[in-house]
Design a protein around this ligand. Structure first.
Ligand code: AMP
Ligand code: MG
Length: 314
């Protein structure tokens, strides 16, 4: 433990967490789903900004900066304490802003205490295993924040929209019945319960972008040479399945939102708003843990004093 403890002057600058959370909570709470039963996607408008107009944009940048600083402070203790780990899962349609959120929200965090994994089309090796396997390998170590850019939830999203993918997943045909999705939701709930029981805090974010805003962002990617690399023709093809995706997202949220691992359905048409909501939710999650720097005991103090004496006597 002492291996990771720090002199107070090396610790990140302090932000008044209580004051920050008091303000941030009112932005973030409406989007948290911890009981999915009555959840309806149409109740959350992707264009929502909690009543704030674009004049709030500069203030939101300041709030994000405060949030990032608070996060750095909490993450430093998380790492030093080396007990809990935090898993943040991001799911969204293309161009909803996952990459930008990850970049901005984690910008103040010590890279040593943070790990990001992106899950794309499964490899041959991935398909030779159960659907949780590739994600389970990438879980954050204790003391760290792990980010999943997509996750095992793709297996109840893209795979549900394209059930033919189940074929390439080499699942024995007789296990591919009508109840396959129900089973997967249940397995995910149990898996996340298991993680919670082992000190892994799970928070899930669905960045909810509108179809019209996605079109605008795709066009920007096509027209702006610096953004061409972000565009792939297959992304545009998936747009044709928009309704099926929304249905799959809604069902996923209804079935896998729990008190321990809630979903945040974050309006994503305005990036400045999305980022503030996400940072606030992450801070609340960390703040709910009993984070503190490890205490230096009497034995350790004696050891330090002896070492100092020996060094000075050289
Ligand atoms: P991107 O994150 O935009 O680079 O895209 C990754 C692509 O991989 C997306 O189109 C996902 O839908 C796809 N993908 C991720 N997981 C799976 C999966 N389990 N089965 C099939 N496709 C997947
Ligand atoms: Mg893509």
């Amino acid at each position: 433990m002492a291996r990771k403890s720090k002199a107070p002057e090396e610790r990140p600058a302090k932000v008044d967490l209580d004051a920050f959370m008091k303000k941030a909570r009112k932005f973030m709470r409406p989007y948290r789903v911890s009981k999915g039963k009555n959840f309806r996607l149409k109740d959350i408008d992707p264009g929502e900004t909690a009543g704030l107009g674009s004049e709030a944009k500069p203030r939101s940048k300041e709030a994000l900066q405060n949030g990032v600083q608070a996060l750095a402070q909490l993450q430093d203790m998380l790492y030093a304490q080396d007990r809990w780990s935090v898993l943040l899962i991001f799911q969204a349609m293309d161009a909803a802003g996952k990459d930008g959120v990850i970049k901005h929200v984690m910008s103040g965090v010590n890279p040593q205490g943070c790990q990001v994994a992106s899950f794309k089309t499964p490899s041959v090796e991935d398909l030779d295993h159960d659907f949780l396997w590739r994600c389970n390998k990438q879980l954050p170590e204790r003391g760290r924040i792990g980010i999943f850019n997509r996750s095992y939830y793709e297996d109840v999203l893209v795979v549900k929209v394209h059930p033919e993918f189940l074929g390439s997943a080499k699942i024995p045909p007789r296990l591919i019945g009508k109840d396959i999705w129900e089973n997967r939701y249940r397995d995910i709930r149990s898996y996340e319960r298991y993680l919670a029981n082992n000190g892994v805090i799970v928070r899930k974010f669905f960045l909810h972008v509108s179809r019209a805003e996605q079109k605008r962002r795709f066009l920007e990617r096509i027209e702006n040479p610096d953004k061409n690399w972000k565009f792939s023709a297959s992304d545009a093809k998936e747009r044709a399945h928009w309704k099926e995706y929304m249905k799959a997202y809604e069902e996923m949220i209804r079935e896998t939102s729990t008190e321990d691992s809630p979903w945040y359905v974050v309006p994503a048409d305005n990036k400045w708003f999305t980022r503030v909501v996400v940072v606030a939710a992450v801070i609340e999650a960390l703040d709910s843990l009993d984070l503190h720097y490890p205490e230096v005991g009497a034995d350790k103090l004696r050891e330090l004093a002896a070492a100092k004496k020996a060094l000075l006597a050289e």
